[in-house]
Design a protein around this ligand. Structure first.
Ligand code: C5P
Length: 280
């Protein structure tokens, strides 16, 4: 069965990138995922997803070489919603990609989350079902259903929203290579098994952001992937060192499992501003 064309209208969805202001990795679980403790933050670098009512089947095009198969998070989201609804949807999707792929900025996750939100609202799908589908697509997808500032635990899908941080911005540097997420986790070896993840540091860091204690932000911000990923890919470490020399930032970090680096600034000094949640 094909969905009623009247249920779908043309829309352009903005899919923001994210940076991790803090990222600590704990033990590897029996399901193969690692426990993490992170602060996610969306920024105003967006992919654009244009949706139009289709004629009879779904159709996808993109300005990148993304295929319409299970390697594509949008395909996974779309097929999961069709399965949930028990009907085929006639939808044309056009993706204008601005967020580098494989860069730790969450572009693929954000694209999928934007599509899930839209289809969830259009077809009145319960939030729990949309959340479950988001988890099945990737660990960062649930965060992007809402965006803004969030503390992520579990494998990244257990979220609390401490209030959006405002008045900061970042410069980004994509060193031109993709780092696969499973590889980055493998590079941690067993070192992460020994770590206790405690919310205390994260709470302190969030307070430092609110109080504009820039020195403390610099001290507490971290990313456990930096050391092993820099060791494996010296080109990323070189870019990191260059970035630190270039412009005085509060701190320079890698986001997610890499490879994108960001320098953090107070106010709107950086190229991309923090954005607030969509409160969906
Ligand atoms: O959830 P996502 O698809 O982004 O994860 C990709 C891979 O990264 C997982 O299959 C796993 O190897 C690793 N991963 C992990 N712990 C997490 C998130 C991802 O080990 N919390």
């Amino acid at each position: 069965m094909v969905a009623d064309r009247d249920e779908l209208v043309e829309v352009t969805l903005k899919c923001p990138a994210k940076v991790n202001l803090f990222l600590q990795v704990g033990r590897k679980r029996e399901d193969g995922y690692h426990e993490i403790l992170t602060i996610f933050q969306t920024i105003d670098l967006y992919d654009e997803l244009i949706l139009r009512p289709g004629v009879s089947t779904s159709f996808f095009k993109s300005d990148t070489d993304l295929a319409w198969n299970s390697s594509n998070t949008l395909y996974k989201a779309f097929k999961a919603v069709e399965k949930h609804l028990g009907k085929e949807l006639a939808l044309e999707m056009e993706l204008k990609k601005k967020i580098p792929t494989g860069g730790g900025l969450g572009g693929g996750s954000s694209d999928a989350a934007a599509l899930l939100r839209y289809l969830g609202e259009t077809f009145h799908i319960e939030r729990e079902a949309i959340f479950e589908i988001a988890c099945s697509i990737g660990s960062d997808v649930p965060f992007f259903l809402r965006g803004g500032t969030a503390i992520g635990t579990g494998r990244g899908e257990v979220l609390t929203f401490p209030g959006d941080l405002k008045g900061y911005s970042v410069d980004l540097c994509f060193p031109g290579i993709e780092v696969s997420t499973p590889l980055a986790y493998a590079l941690l070896g067993r070192s992460s098994d020994r770590q206790e993840l405690s919310n205390k540091e994260v709470e302190k860091l969030l307070s430092a952001f609110r109080e504009r204690d820039l020195v403390l932000i610099g001290k507490l911000s971290k990313n456990d992937f930096e050391e092993p990923v820099f060791a494996k890919f010296p080109v990323i470490e070189r870019a990191y060192n260059k970035l630190r020399e270039k412009r005085k930032a509060i701190v320079t970090r890698m986001t997610g499992s890499g490879s994108t680096l960001f320098s953090l600034f107070e106010g709107m000094d950086g190229e991309y501003n923090f954005v607030t949640s969509t409160d969906g």
